[in-house]
Unconditional design. Structure first.
Length: 396
């Protein structure tokens, strides 16, 4: 049956609408939960069953999710889900989320978006440093073992599932790859020149906007190349292109980055401390300075401020060292893991504060700043401890 190769949305938007309704959020959560718990994306049959329990039709909900680019079955598009077109999805097909899904699902930022963007930044660095040969084609590779050494604090569990994520995202899905194989979890992925397009889009909002911009441009280029033409597709089907449309010239500016420390935490611990014995004025000053450094993209200052906060708060938890806080942190397993990850990033603070000047120093960028969700877990713990202390003061 004939179908359109490209069916462009009328306004040709390049940014995804991330204000989703309850049903759309529920679908993303059902897809994200198996990944968060075990690092694997679910099959469609599982998602359908979970949505049935909620009284929702998974097929209708996934069809309603916003996308940019083509809405046809073959044209380039990008949205919150990746993989199979929703019109042809089968029960045993895996359903994955893209990095863009971390916009509405903040919990995905620390476990998906931030480590991917740090990896993308490293890939850009490797591509730029590659020395071409005048006599042969040279390939640049991302190696799993090298990645763990190059980015301190990178979770090995994320690196293990990274090949699938790299194959989903437009910035990284091209090129050859090898591994992992049974008995050998190592892998490598070819780095193509495509990554250079994203050199100035290495925070979440800017990255998603850049993917949208480039996706729309692909649709526009295809329509310009074949205005009103018919193309023969596979199995003899005819795919008609819609008339050319004007290129969108204005791209929405990326939003200002959110503060590294949630302002609500600062207000909460100041309010709680007012009824407790602890003086949090220095902690508030450190948090505000950290937010300022983060907004100005000053990685060395960010790492120093984070290190100062880690060294400042142990007595609040009844300890002398942050390593003790990390090993005995109260709360759920996920928060414990986040604080442990923050402790593992202490090495970066040591590097910034104690490495002597030399002829060559390792380059530290914003990609080396730990994910915000790690410190967020710690500071939520600070608020809880202070509130408990305040309640005990009242009881006395």
């Amino acid at each position: 049956m004939p179908s359109e190769m490209f069916r462009v949305l009328p306004s040709l938007p390049s940014n995804l609408q991330d204000q989703l309704d309850e049903a759309q959020m529920a679908l993303l959560l059902e897809i994200a939960t198996p990944y968060a718990q075990g690092g694997a994306w679910p099959v469609w049959h599982y998602v359908v069953g979970q949505m049935d329990k909620r009284g929702l039709d998974a097929q209708e909900v996934i069809a309603s999710l916003p996308r940019v680019g083509s809405s046809g079955t073959l044209g380039p598009s990008y949205g919150f889900t990746a993989g199979h077109d929703w019109r042809m999805i089968r029960d045993n097909d895996k359903v994955a989320l893209t990095v863009a899904a971390a916009l509405p699902l903040e919990g995905l930022r620390g476990m998906l978006a931030n480590p991917f963007l740090r990896t993308l930044g490293h890939m850009i660095k490797l591509q730029r440093e590659a020395v071409p040969s005048p006599t042969e084609v040279t390939q640049t590779w991302l190696e799993s073992k090298d990645l763990l050494r190059a980015i301190p604090g990178m979770d090995p569990r994320f690196v293990a599932v990274l090949p699938e994520i790299l194959g989903i995202e437009p910035a990284t899905r091209g090129g050859s790859s090898s591994g992992p194989n049974p008995g050998d979890p190592s892998w490598r992925k070819e780095i193509t020149r495509e990554v250079l397009r994203y050199a100035d889009a290495l925070n979440l909002t800017a990255y998603v906007a850049k993917v949208g911009e480039l996706t729309v441009q692909q649709v526009v280029n295809a329509q310009r190349a074949y205005p009103g033409a018919d193309l023969s597709g596979a199995y003899g089907q005819q795919f008609a292109l819609t008339p050319a449309v004007e290129e969108q010239t204005a791209v929405e500016q990326a939003e200002e980055p959110e503060p590294y420390v949630d302002i609500r935490h600062i207000k909460d611990w100041e309010q709680a401390a007012a009824a407790a014995k602890w003086d949090v004025s220095r902690l508030s000053a450190l948090a505000n300075d950290l937010n300022a450094c983060y907004a100005q993209e000053r990685p060395l200052s960010c790492l120093m401020q984070i290190r100062a906060i880690m060294d400042h708060i142990p007595p609040l938890f009844g300890h002398h060292l942050f390593s003790q806080v990390a090993s005995q942190f109260p709360g759920i397993r996920t928060d414990k893991a986040y604080v442990k990850a923050l402790s593992d990033n202490r090495l970066l603070g040591d590097d910034v504060l104690h490495r002597h000047i030399g002829e060559q120093l390792p380059r530290i960028t914003m990609h080396e700043v730990p994910a915000r969700i790690f410190l967020d877990a710690l500071l939520r713990g600070v608020v809880t401890v202070l509130r408990t202390a305040a309640e005990e003061q009242v009881e006395v």
